[in-house]
Ligand binder design. Structure first.
Ligand code: NAD
Ligand code: UDX
Length: 481
């Protein structure tokens, strides 16, 4: 059997590497239009940082796993073609800032239609709007030359930073297909691939539309839990309750469960925001305005939380950060990844730069080049209500941004330190050394509840931690929310 995956990104690369590892008899080719990305997959420095991934790629590459830019060859030879291309939020035109952009998806579908000469199972791996399978069928069969295509939805649930473990031991594998005999047969073929390592009771076969929608709903549910606890974090700060204790108490109820209840200054990443926007747009297109509003609130709380954090930082530091150096620890959207797509750190940086702070940014996996690119790229207005593109940082603001080689360098001479993602190394820093090197009073703003506020207060820091009892300094300052 030959499998080809179109799209060698955060999903296509790891997913196919694990299939190749677990199914030695299957030939797996991952193809992409990006020459740079494919070259990196074929090198010793993979294009994405993902713990454990390199070992698997090194084991399979050249055996039954290949990475290539020859899209046409590998698609035409394959029995199963996965579409794992990016489906970001549209940035212009109809549905800008809301709908999923299906440009890359359509171009992949058209390639399959153009180059195929034999029957194929085509699998939607990308996260797509519900009923995209129908459009896929139309594109594939428009000029089908008598070829039989079976379409399946097999959404991916891996999280970045834990992709390998998630793929090796998934909670579930979802296969959506049509209820026809051919559809069921195709679903069984894909099921047999996963059955090489996933227990049968974890492979769920459902209808195509349910599978497509389930992916959007799964992300919306996870994000909703974070926004729920984040909204409560604001109430905790107002009342003296501790959000970690509340989360523990509530999460102990087996009907609620403990996961995704870590309060933070806001969630980010390439999935949650775009997928909720897509869900909201689909609801609106179906005339379900109240349902759309309900889910939109998850994003509104996320924006509220990011802006609340920025206000805490500025107001605690005498309501002015002009010319003050602030260390930003963490730039990727979470630990164990170098991915900066939709990282909430950008919003905090932007908020601090608006108040004319000087930033020194450090992240173990984000290069200076990437950071500058992200901070200067075009981005949709945060209210997502217009299609206006804003330059996220002006050239003057860019002069206020510096990168540091480590956390100590970032904090040297700083007035404040913002901890904005949860890399393990941020827990283990020598905070006494950092305190000694900072301007006094020295502030720490922990946006991920990484450090123990009491231990830092004992050193002499003024500490703000999301949803934790405030110390006298922070408490005495009124913050406009
Ligand atoms: P990505 O941007 O990392 O990778 C997509 C790749 O597709 C890019 O390398 C791009 O060059 C390539 N591509 C685009 N059009 C192409 C074409 N016509 N032919 C060949 N290659 C083409 O994206 P990703 O993070 O891997 O996400 C892929 C899909 O999976 C998205 O729909 C996303 O929502 C979904 N998803 C992502 C994650 C995640 O953690 N990143 C998790 C689950 C699902
Ligand atoms: C998510 C889903 O978890 C995954 O199933 C899906 O396939 C893709 O989207 P990912 O975005 O890679 O994965 O990371 P995730 O670990 O879910 O974190 C997303 C964001 O939420 C990060 O910014 C993270 O820091 C934040 N988060 C997560 C919290 O703020 N609190 C939590 O309790 C959990």
């Amino acid at each position: 059997m030959k499998i080809c995956c179109i799209g060698a990104g955060y999903v296509g690369g790891p997913t196919m590497a694990v299939i190749a590892l677990k199914c030695p008899s299957v030939e797996v080719a991952v193809v992409d239009i990006s020459v740079k990305r494919i070259a990196a997959w074929n090198s010793n420095r993979l294009p994405i940082y993902e713990p454990g991934l390199y070992d698997i790629v090194a084991q399979c590459r050249g055996r039954n796993l290949s990475f290539s830019t020859d899209v046409e060859k590998h698609v035409s030879e394959a029995d199963i073609v996965f579409i794992s291309v990016n489906t970001p939020t549209k940035t212009f035109g109809l549905g800008a800032g809301k709908a999923a952009d299906l440009t890359y998806w359509e171009s992949a579908a058209r390639t399959i239609a153009d180059v195929s000469t034999s029957d194929k199972i085509v699998v939607e791996k990308s996260t797509v709007p519900v009923r995209t399978g129908e459009s896929l069928k139309k594109i594939l069969t428009h000029n089908s030359k008598g070829i039989n295509y079976q379409i399946l939805s097999n959404p991916e649930f891996l999280a970045e930073g834990t992709a390998v473990q998630d793929l090796l031991r998934p909670d579930r594998v979802l296969i959506g297909g049509l209820e026809t005999p051919e559809g069921k047969k195709a679903a069984q073929v894909l099921k047999d691939v996963y059955a090489h390592w996933v227990p049968e009771d974890r492979i769920i076969t459902i209808n195509l539309w349910s599978a497509e929608l389930s992916k959007l709903v799964a992300n919306a549910y996870l994000a909703q839990r974070i926004s729920s606890i984040n909204s409560i974090s604001a109430l905790c700060e107002a009342t003296g309750a501790d959000v970690s204790e509340v989360a523990r108490a509530v999460g102990k109820d087996s009907r609620v469960g403990p996961m995704y209840l870590n309060a933070s200054f806001g969630f980010g990443g390439s999935a949650f925001i775009k997928d909720i926007l897509s869900l909201v747009y689909i609801c609106k297109c179906n005339g379900l305005t109240d349902v759309a509003e309900y889910w939109k609130q998850v994003l509104k709380i996320n924006d509220f939380q990011k802006s609340r954090f920025v206000k805490r930082v500025i107001s605690s530091m005498f309501n002015t950060v002009v010319g003050k150096k602030i260390a930003v620890l963490g730039f990727a959207f979470k630990k164990d990844t170098g991915d900066t797509r939709d990282t909430p750190v950008i919003d905090v940086c932007k908020g601090l730069l608006d108040d004319k702070a000087t930033l020194s940014i450090y992240d173990p996996q984000v290069s200076e080049e990437q950071l500058i690119y992200d901070l200067t790229m075009q981005k949709l207005d945060w209210d997502r209500s217009s299609s206006n593109q804003l330059l996220i940082l002006s050239p003057t603001e860019m002069k206020q941004v510096h990168t540091a080689r480590n956390a100590y360098e970032a904090a040297e001479g700083a007035h404040g330190v913002c901890i904005l993602n949860d890399w393990d190394e941020f827990r283990e820093l020598d905070y006494r050394k950092i305190y000694e090197a900072m301007c006094k009073p020295a502030f720490i703003f922990d946006g991920r509840n990484v450090v123990d506020p009491e231990k830092l207060r004992a050193i002499g820091f003024i500490v703000y931690s999301i949803g934790k009892p405030l110390d006298a300094w922070v408490k005495s300052i009124a913050v406009a929310v």
